[in-house]
Design a protein around this ligand. Structure first.
Ligand SMILES: [Zn+2]
Length: 471
């Protein structure tokens, strides 16, 4: 079945049809972190949503190319670098490393490419040159280069594709230098910001003098360089819709580098906000959490990911500590069911239960109906537990149930890490083998090794002693 998603560009549900003529490749760009601080749980909701989209595309057999940029130069970073009296790279590398550690903790698949803005200055300059050559960008008296909304519109382009804008209030020639501004402050925005004393040592040469790029042009340059001038999917949080994404469209389509009749991006997907304990996150309310704050409270990346995946991506989600406790209980229920199935299955093999997997993916096909998909999983678990309680599951149907879970989990990524999945009975066998070896009873030790092998496990010697690995 085909995947239907809500495209912000058309404000409607559309069937996903990739640009690739073979229908196999799907390219996606997700706006990545601005590495000026640790990402908070609201940011993580968006990144986990991006990971869900990527995993679902792969589940459906697409060959996905996932690009996520690192914003390592913008207004916020410049301010922090100045305050911390460090170099730009020293400052940003700390938060960049933390970001990738956190991404792993939440079991998000690593994007295929993670370009840094500071390493794409020539590509950024090249787009600005195209825009100035077309008369859409101009150098202002402050030596910065701005994007002229009036000239862009006069060329037949539409500004205000993702959001409705009121041009009545706009005064021609009015400019905004800051990276972030409200819809009401609609004005020509900065592509290249001329060097000012507050920038310190952070600047690059350009045809318009020393300076640095505006935030919006960075994403246009990196996405088009790595995915081409026209690609399938662009994702981000709904707070990025304006001005960031609107400006990305204007810059990229204003440069007119797309093949005739093609857009910069075919499908725009936006994830909704997150509230914490019913309120907008704020440091003064004490409900502002980074991922690290939650880990320090004793929750795991799995539990946090599970909770973030409960709500539909277009709905505001209320994240609570109580919700994390329930997530823990739900995961324990799943783990218990899987542990019993593993005991029953032994080394038996089985293929996934096609009907239930089809029901699961059919719900996700409907604009990622995640609540429906979880419903299928919990019904499946109840039914499986019941069959086990009635002794109606043999080794091969247990293996089949495990294969079914693997299908679910390839999309959701909430399964327990492999180390925790070793049944107690096998650990006991491993201990028995160690004791036999110590007693120099090698015959028995080898027999146990063979027994483990028959159950589908191999012994791996590590510096911390022998460990079991699924063969
Ligand atoms: Zn971006």
């Amino acid at each position: 079945m085909s995947w239907k998603l809500f495209n912000t560009l058309t404000r409607s549900l559309q069937e996903f049809v990739p640009l690739d003529a073979g229908g196999k490749k799907a390219d996606m760009y997700c706006c990545g972190p601005t590495v000026y601080d640790f990402a908070h749980i609201g940011n993580w909701r968006t990144f986990v949503f991006g990971d869900l989209v990527r995993r679902f595309l792969e589940f459906k057999g697409f060959d996905v190319q996932h690009v996520m940029n690192i914003t390592d130069i913008d207004d916020k970073i410049i301010k922090r670098v100045r305050e911390s009296k460090t170099s730009l790279r020293d400052f940003t590398s700390k938060f960049e490393t933390a970001f990738f550690d956190d991404l792993k903790t939440l079991n998000c698949l690593a994007p295929h490419q993670t370009p840094r803005a500071t390493e794409h200055i020539p590509e950024i300059i090249s787009i600005i040159e195209k825009l100035t050559a077309r008369g859409i960008a101009y150098k202002a008296p402050d030596s910065s280069v701005y994007f002229s909304i009036e000239k862009y519109r006069a060329g037949g382009h539409q500004y205000g594709q993702l959001v409705k804008l009121n041009f009545e209030e706009m005064r021609a020639g009015e400019r905004v230098r800051s990276d972030e501004y409200e819809k009401e402050a609609l004005a020509d925005f900065a592509l290249w910001k001329a060097r000012v004393p507050e920038d310190g040592e952070v600047f690059w040469p350009s045809p318009w003098g020393e300076g640095r790029p505006g935030w919006h042009i960075e994403c246009s340059a990196m996405s088009m360089k790595l995915l081409g001038p026209s690609f399938d999917l662009h994702l981000g949080g709904e707070d990025l819709m304006f001005p960031h994404h609107e400006d990305e469209i204007a810059q990229s389509e204003g440069a007119e580098v797309q093949p005739k009749g093609q857009r910069f991006v075919k499908y725009w997907l936006h994830g909704a906000h997150l509230l914490v304990e019913g309120k907008k996150m704020s440091k003064s309310l004490g409900n502002f959490f980074t991922l690290r704050d939650l880990l320090a409270k004793g929750f795991t990346g799995r539990e946090i990911r599970f909770l973030l995946l409960q709500a539909h991506y277009r709905e505001t989600f209320n994240f609570t500590i109580g919700g994390l406790d329930s997530a823990r209980a739900s995961l324990m229920g799943i783990d218990e069911c899987l542990a019993k199935l593993r005991d029953l299955a032994g080394s038996a093999k089985g293929s996934a239960e096609a009907t239930v997997v089809a029901r699961f993916s059919g719900l996700l096909d409907d604009d990622l109906n995640i609540a429906g998909a979880w419903g299928v999983i919990f019904d499946w678990r109840r039914h499986t537990n019941k069959r086990m309680a009635e002794n109606k599951i043999d080794a091969s149907s247990a293996a089949s149930a495990l294969a079914t879970w693997d299908k679910f989990d390839s999309v959701l990524g909430v399964g327990a890490p492999a180390e925790q999945e070793i049944p107690a009975e096998l650990t006991a066998l491993l201990d028995a083998r160690q004791n036999a070896r110590k007693a120099k009873d090698f015959k028995r030790a080898d027999a146990i090794r063979d027994e483990l092998k028959a159950k589908g496990w191999t012994i791996e010697d590590t510096p911390k002693g022998p460990k079991l690995k699924k063969a």
